[in-house]
Design a protein around this ligand. Structure first.
Ligand code: ATP
Ligand code: SF4
Length: 324
């Protein structure tokens, strides 16, 4: 059964001078319990906007949103505030890249963790609470000594690890990480990801992870969603996509990253830059940068074709071979 599904999500920012910026354009995907999804795409492709939209972190003055984002049967975009509050923390946890200010600087770390734990778990014994918190510190590779320290005494990377620990406190069903491990050294990042994979197995946690690091996606995500200029261009199993990318943009992204499999090849960048999202783009939005583009590509928007159970690609090249 689907744990989380996004259907026809559209986000338009109210930009400067009345400009409308269509940052997310008709994105749909679905995840089962225990799935892990890596969202990739160059800067400005709409990854963070999508997450902010389905967590209702964009004010109506900033952006208009349409579509659905269903967690189990609750549509996060239309449920009332109380339902949303009840789901956050216990069911849905989120860690951003710069979550360093989420803890008070003037209270001891252990005390703050205890307070949060007891608010949501008032019947727990003191021992149970301390054991849980110590275990969380261990998961993110922090020494037990930090229990009696203040956040300002920790480095930025250590504070970020604390935030990851906090997000795991109640074994959320849905964990969302927006570049949450980017600032960490590779050893700590690797340790946290290994622990996450264990916890995900144990508690069937579904994870959505935004990252620029393809090696993190390759080693920790079952699925990939490739975004370009607010559109979903490819979606499917990580192995399928990394070994045989079908969309020209995915191909370009993978070739611009040091080789993950097989022999080392020279890195290639994708010529050109993202289009202006405040303008209409009737055809394929990647056409100006695509070496396979035909006249049709500039005139008609490609459908999203289903190549197999999970693999979907938005490109005219697959029109004839799809199951659609
Ligand atoms: P990065 O990897 O750099 O975080 P991203 O893929 O997460 O980038 P977003 O930050 O979601 O991309 O931005 C998507 C698009 O929306 C960009 O064109 C950006 O300029 C635009 N955008 C973001 N916030 C606003 C805003 N408040 N007003 C207008 N446009 C915005
Ligand atoms: Fe390239 Fe055309 Fe496919 Fe777009 S639809 S990615 S322009 S081949």
């Amino acid at each position: 059964m689907e744990k989380f599904s996004v259907k026809n999500l559209n986000v338009t920012y109210n930009g400067k001078k009345g400009k409308k910026v269509h940052a997310i354009d008709d994105v749909s995907f679905e995840l089962s319990a225990g799935d892990s999804l890596g969202i990739i795409g160059e800067s400005g492709s709409g990854k963070s906007t999508m997450i902010h939209a389905f967590l209702r972190l964009l004010s109506p003055n900033t952006a208009s949103i349409s579509g659905q984002a269903c967690f189990d049967k609750t549509d996060l975009l239309s449920c009332d505030e109380k339902q949303l509050r009840d789901l956050r923390w216990k069911e849905i946890a989120v860690v951003f890249q710069k979550s360093m200010n989420s803890l008070s600087q003037i209270h001891k770390i252990g005390t703050q963790f205890e307070d949060i734990y007891s608010v949501h778990n008032s019947s727990a014994s003191r021992k149970e609470m301390k054991d849980t918190i110590s275990n969380l510190f261990e998961i993110v590779n922090l020494s037990p000594h930090i229990y009696n320290m203040y956040p300002f005494e920790l480095s930025g990377g250590m504070q970020q690890r604390l935030n990851i620990a906090l997000s795991l406190m109640f074994h959320p069903s849905l964990l969302i990480m927006d570049e949450a491990t980017t600032a960490l050294d590779v050893i700590t990042q690797g340790q946290i990801i290994d622990e996450l994979l264990e916890l995900e197995k144990q508690f069937s946690i579904t994870r959505i992870m935004i990252t620029h690091d393809l090696s993190v996606v390759a080693s920790s995500c079952k699925k990939i969603l490739v975004m370009y200029a607010g559109r979903l261009v490819e979606y499917g199993n990580t192995n399928d996509i990394l070994r045989k990318p079908m969309h020209p943009y995915t191909e370009g992204l993978i070739h611009s990253f040091p080789s993950l499999y097989g022999k080392k090849e020279q890195l290639k960048s994708i010529p050109g830059s993202l289009p202006d999202l405040s303008r209409e783009h009737p055809g394929c939005i990647f056409a100006p940068r695509c070496s396979y583009a035909t006249e049709k590509c500039f005139q008609t928007r490609p459908k999203t074709y289903t190549l197999n159970d999970t693999h979907r690609v938005s490109c005219h090249k697959y029109g004839e071979n799809s199951n659609e």
